[in-house]
Design a protein around this ligand. Sequence first.
Ligand code: PNS
Length: 176
Amino acid sequence: MNAVFPGSFDPITSGHMDVLTRAARIFDHVTVTVMHNARKQGRHLFTLNERLEILREATAHFPNVSVDTFGGLLVDYMARQETGSVIVRGLRAVSDYEYELQIAHLNRQIGDAETVFIMAATRWSFVSSSMVREIASYGGNVSEMVPRASASALRRKHADVYEEREAELQAQTTGS
Ligand code: PNS
């Protein structure tokens, strides 16, 4: 059985990676698909191509994972998949559940698409792409919270902020 793991992935976090790792053990093939979230319109840090590039790098070690993108409805994308394919969504905490339950029911109602929830490990319960973006925008250390590909991309995106912060920290430790 195949699965589709849709999301904004701006950028992919360690929580996403944890859910993907679990999904890749359960399903024959998992497609990680970057899609539009109308609620996040115009608020992305990374372009679609950058997000795809990060995802390709972060998932290269999985033999049964591929990366894709689709600009329409998730149910229309699911209709193009092999029969029986399911949507995988990760749950971090109970607070995710209400929104995810609504979307899962809607996707079943409008497109007969089935959703399977995978619980991320509790250590990632506080990690979100938005928090990671915020920490990185101030030059903070996010290396534990994201795969290496995301950390490098965040560093490149905020190179000036990171350089400034590192210089400040260096000055503090040398006392100058
Ligand atoms: O990572 P996200 O932002 O929580 O992912 C949400 C996403 C992109 C999976 C969702 O917004 C989506 O399915 N978008 C495609 C358009 C769609 O089908 N919308 C109807 C269900 S919200």
